[in-house]
Design a protein around this ligand. Structure first.
Ligand SMILES: C[S@@+](CC[C@H](N)C(=O)[O-])C[C@H]1O[C@@H](n2cnc3c(N)ncnc32)[C@H](O)[C@@H]1O
Length: 312
């Protein structure tokens, strides 16, 4: 989608940390920007998966779109958080081990925790090293390495995608569009629930329309936004505020406070949405007080507005 490509230009580019052989670079770079969406989304995802499990009468299989190194699976399945994993990967002694050795250690590490989530996880990502890592350490049962923006899934990938009862994404809409969601929905054996945490700068209309064509109705969780991370620098802050405001989105009290904000969209068959409206199955904690590093904050509106640098 041309619009996402243009909108993405205002965000910093992190492509070079998505396809390394292990997650150390990912946690180090995004962790330093207080990346937290897997953690703030986790309690919400847990509530939605509980509702999905009730409806199915068995634990659901979750397809994590843009699964990267399997972080949502780790945070859901085990008593772990992005924050805690960052400390593990930032440990100076961890810097000395090679990726194969780290994978062996991680396999034991993840295997040493009790399961606290019942869902099973499969993943989709364009990054082959990230998906392979997540599967090799046991976070994902299976992974699909594909770019469904530019091609159709292979038959074996269709079969894997087809197992999804829930299609989840954090930090990925913007990289993926309605094309990826349409390809997934075309492969699924039964209509899944689609749970998307989406930065406010990326309109969800085209995705919701593609899902509607396939029988799903979309609800947006009212009255809540979720912090994704701090803006990297003044340039990203200024560009993103300008982009949001061009879209007619009021950033005051939200992005103007220095943090990217995501919204939650959930799409389901109408009868599921009627049986358990989103507002009834979800209770929210926002994460607004959790950033610790420097933030840029805009005070006031219009020509008199000032940008302040708020140290940690
Ligand atoms: C910001 S990361 C989010 C990772 C993870 N969901 C999280 O919240 O920590 C974005 C991910 O989207 C993936 N990605 C980018 N383009 C993609 C595409 N066309 N299809 C699938 N994944 C894609 C990247 O490789 C990267 O792993």
């Amino acid at each position: 989608m041309q619009q996402y490509a243009t909108l993405n230009a205002s965000k910093a580019n992190f492509d070079n940390i998505y396809d390394r052989p292990d997650p150390r670079g990912y946690f180090s770079v995004l962790g330093a920007l207080d990346y937290m969406i897997p953690d703030v989304a986790d309690p919400i995802i847990r509530q939605i998966l509980r509702a999905r499990e009730k409806r199915l009468d068995r634990p659901p299989t979750v397809l994590d779109v843009g699964c990267s190194y399997g972080i949502n699976a780790a945070v859901h399945r085990f008593p772990l958080s992005f924050r805690r994993l960052r400390l593990r990967y930032a440990n100076p002694d961890m810097a000395a081990v090679d990726p194969e050795q780290l994978a062996r250690l991680d396999r034991s590490y993840y295997g040493s925790w009790p399961q606290i989530g019942t869902a099973r996880f499969i993943g989709l990502d364009v990054s082959a090293p990230a998906v392979r890592y997540a599967v090799s350490v046991g976070l994902l049962e299976a992974g699909v390495i594909a770019n469904l923006e530019s091609g159709e899934p292979r038959p074996e990938d269709r079969q894997c995608l087809g197992r999804a009862d829930v299609v989840l994404s954090t930090g990925c809409v913007g990289y993926v569009t309605e094309r990826t969601f349409a390809a997934i929905l075309n492969a699924t054996e039964r209509p899944p629930w689609v749970v998307s945490f989406v930065l406010r700068m990326f309109p969800y209309d085209a995705i919701a329309a593609a899902l509607a064509e396939r029988g799903l109705v979309t609800e947006k969780l009212a009255g809540a936004t979720f912090v994704q991370r701090r803006f990297r620098d003044l340039e990203e802050f200024g560009n993103c505020l300008a982009t949001l405001e061009k879209l007619g989105i009021d950033t005051n009290g939200l992005e103007a406070e220095g943090r990217f904000q995501a919204e939650l969209f959930v799409s389901r068959p109408r009868e599921d949405a009627l049986a358990a409206p989103l507002g009834r199955i979800v209770t929210v904690v926002s994460g607004r007080n959790r950033t610790v590093g420097t933030r840029y904050v805009r005070v006031g509106r219009g020509p008199d507005a000032q940008v302040l640098r708020v140290p940690s």
